[in-house]
Design a binder for this molecule. Structure first.
Ligand code: 4NP
Length: 154
């Protein structure tokens, strides 16, 4: 049995952006030997379902994310996962601070770097905005996940 590739999606609350990223990437990889999970850097929403607006936008695109429960990223995640994609610069700083060696820190990157490697583009936090913010987040993550799938397949 070939070792699976493990991908972790990270945002602040693990209720808006990273659950969408997890759901979108899972929907694109289907039968491959890949494990996808998500987590938050904050503890406020541990155990909760994704935000209803994330559930709704996912559903609109044919993806069910209601099997997910928010959790906080742990130090062990930095060893367990092969790729750790964060949504914004604040997530990046927070996860990087948890790294204790170069192998761990090399796994961490902002997810939009997959498309724009030389720019620092964040997936904006949609929590306090309107519903359109969730569609915008969906579109950004959908594009980034296409690139991630291609990389995994390569
Ligand atoms: P997320 O969005 O990081 O994409 O899950 C947020 C969810 C909750 C909060 C902030 C961002 N909050 O402050 O509770």
């Amino acid at each position: 049995m070939v070792k699976p590739i493990k991908v972790l999606m990270v945002c602040l609350g693990n209720i808006c952006r990273s659950p969408l990223a997890e759901g979108i990437l899972k929907s694109k990889i289907q039968n491959q030997n890949v494990i996808v999970d998500s987590a938050g850097t904050g503890a406020y929403h541990i155990g909760k379902l994704p935000d209803p607006r994330s559930i709704e936008v996912a559903k609109k695109h044919g993806i069910d994310i209601t099997d997910q429960k928010a959790r906080k990223i742990s130090k062990a995640d930095l060893d367990t996962f092969d790729f750790i994609f964060v949504m914004d610069e604040s997530n990046y700083r927070n996860v990087l601070m948890m790294a204790t060696n170069e192998t761990q820190s090399a796994k961490i990157s902002m997810i939009m770097k997959t498309i724009y490697p030389r720019e620092d583009i964040s997936v904006p936090d949609p929590y306090y905005g309107g519903d359109n913010g969730f569609e915008q987040v969906y579109q950004m993550l959908d594009e980034a996940c296409d690139v991630i799938v291609n990389k995994i397949n390569a």
